[in-house]
Design a protein. Structure first.
Length: 180
């Protein structure tokens, strides 16, 4: 595989990101999130290594039809790209009187799930982001309001490091968690 090759998601790959229709293995799905047409194969293989895999991860995504190589600026079999979906944004919550107050018992599971999702996406993008600092933000999450504030703090850092699509997927996942 050419280390300078770039890849894009196929319609099947985009469908997997939107709805998990194909039930792709979590580590492969994490790599799929990072495929955006700008990263070279070498970068994606490095990201796969951070997920405990190797070049076989990228090869599996190609073989199964989730991604394909960009040739002369266009994907061979992918129809013209649609307008990007707007990034889900969670409205910031009003400042709490005591941010250290733990979440009510009924919200504790949702807070835990949201923190786990944020940590998972930070790990996926760790090669490009300052994972320790970002995990520090997640450590301070104690309530649903804290989840919203933390997600707001993660967005500019993901986007500044070329991980806007990964953030959009994270925001959608966390939004679903918060809705219960």
């Amino acid at each position: 595989m050419n280390p300078q090759a770039r890849f894009v998601k196929t319609a099947k790959g985009q469908e997997e990101i939107r709805s998990r229709t194909h039930r792709l293995q979590p580590r492969l799905r994490s790599l799929l999130v990072l495929v955006d047409g700008t990263r070279h194969a070498a970068d994606l293989v490095q990201a796969a290594a951070g997920l405990g895999g190797d070049a076989g991860f990228l090869e599996a995504l190609i073989k199964e039809g989730f991604v394909e190589e960009v040739i002369n600026g266009h994907a061979a079999a992918v129809p013209p790209a649609r307008a990007p979906r707007p990034t889900p944004v969670l409205a910031p919550a009003p400042a709490a009187a005591d941010a250290a107050t733990p979440a009510p018992a009924q919200d504790a599971d949702r807070v835990y799930a949201a923190k786990a999702a944020m940590r998972r996406y930070i790990k996926v993008a760790a090669g490009m982001l300052e994972a320790r600092a970002l995990n520090g933000l997640v450590d301070g999450v104690r309530s649903l309001d804290d989840v919203r504030r933390c997600l707001g703090g993660l967005r500019p850092r993901f986007e500044a490091n070329g991980c806007g699509e990964a953030f959009a997927t994270l925001a959608a996942e966390v939004s679903g968690i918060l809705r219960g």
